[in-house]
Design a protein around this ligand. Sequence first.
Ligand code: ZN
Ligand code: ZN
Length: 624
Amino acid sequence: MKNLRRYRGLQVDFGLHYRYFSVSANVRAQSPNAEPEDLVHEGTSDTTHVSGLHKLLQLFARTRAPIEGKACHAKIIHVGLQADTLTSNMLINMYSKCGLVDCARAVFDEMAERSLVSWNTMIGSLAQNGEEQEALCLFVEMQRKGTPSSEFTLSSVLCACAAKCAVFECKQLHAFAIKAAMDSNVFVGTALLDVYAKCSMIKDASFVFECMPERSDVTWSSMMAGYVQNDLHEEALVLFHRTQMSGLEYNQFTISSTICACAGLAALIEGKQVHGVLCKAGFESNIYVVSSLIDMYAKCGCIREAYIVFQGVDERSIVLWNAMIAGFARHAHSMEAMILFEKMQQMDISPNEVTYIAVLNACSHMGLVEKGHKYFHLMMREHKVSPNVFHYSCMVDIFGRAGLLREAYNMIEKMPFDVTASMWGSLLSSCRIHRNLDLAEVAAKHLFEMEPNNAGNHVLLSNIYAVNKKWEEVALARKLLKESYVKKERGKSWIEIKDKVHSFMVGERNHPQIAEIYSKLDDLIAKLEKMDYKAETEHDLHFVEESRKQQLLRHHSEKLALIFGLMCLPQNVPIRIMKNLRICGDCHSFMKLTSNITEREIIVRDTNRFHHFKDGYCSCGDFW
Ligand code: ZN
Ligand code: ZN
């Protein structure tokens, strides 16, 4: 799934993007070594003058005032306090809060006597200011000097490992924690599972979690965030139910991870229940919670509900605007996305790079070449946002979809970054729609090199040969695919009926009502065939003969999910289906016709976008 997801162009998960940072902050915030108040207890001097200076240092740390802090430092040297350990600790803390790690380090290096607190503050400071490697080195130095470390040292160093995804170091620290009997400490355990989760070692993370004798709310929310980051949405929801049963208090991170999990599963009913829970718990104006709520409704196909949530917030931060604009873009409501984009600027909120990704995405989905081009330049000229690889990716998409394949190719060529596989993938898809064989071969050649195991690329290329009636090349491409041992991911679709998510594989056998589903499907196909529906077998690339291929195509998972939806849901309820791959051309036609003869609204979310089928038409305008 990961590979296929990559090649279809671009999708930025706005929901998770900021959550990653917020959870790191969350884990850090739990370690008290960073708080100046904790440094006060080891006082060495008690004159009012000294304590006045200390109070000032704390104030400047809290208010992030480096200039005033430096003046205070000068005063400290002037009165001859620089050798005092407590004062030095506070200086290190102040400098680190103000982001001046070098100054903090200079104070640390000059200290004649270091207590444990000095080391902790310095290591924490390095870890929080992006100097993870330095933090690790300092920890090693501390060990060599024989200074005993505390739980807080260990959790700071682990935070550094998480940011660098340093798996090897993390394992060593894990062993160290066990040896020092610190592994049962709640801070250490939480930091450990956080590192494992961020390094995609989710099994190790949940092992640490299950072994912990004591867990804080941060532990629970870190574990849930870990599941969500690793696409294990069902596991995240199970954990949420466990927190509910254990009567634990929710925090903003547990709630927003849960909403993210619902979004990942397109579990709307569950999502609405969590919406109820969060209102009761008083989180409806929390920006993290609200932006994941907007994202969830948008991803579940309820763009109207997303907008209602957005409108309900008085103070909208950029994160909320971005989530809403991205939601509109995903639903091909480009007009709304652009209106919101203008509106946010009227309210004096400057768009950032994430906003521009969403806006360019909106242009791409609607084939708005000129607008896209305009925004791309506006971004650099007026908002001084320099385009990153995602913006270029959007432009390649915009040109490609509009059939300006040369322009798309030139964009790739002149880009100041390494070309990503997703760009070649986007170009290849555009070549399929606009039947450009030459560029398709160029793009495919790059893709085969970059992603030798992605079957999707072979499939696309051979489809392009097929529509151009190059049968020899089709045969060759299929032969290559067969020989290259690449595995095609099996199609799978989900539909939520009465707060239970039902999943269907292509050619499903195990669902309890499958016999009835197949017979109803046959009836529907017979009806559609009278309306000139013909199975488009070129969309199926299994290595089987035509008749078997027709049968496989009939049983694509989204068709089965649709029939089940028709069976179970009342007439006025839209049928919402989620699919793990891009919807094929045949299923797309099938959905359009079905929406017409059954007079139902059908919403399919595939890996690329949403398709709203109504009265025989799709919102994507057959452009996906
Ligand atoms: Zn299909
Ligand atoms: Zn569509």
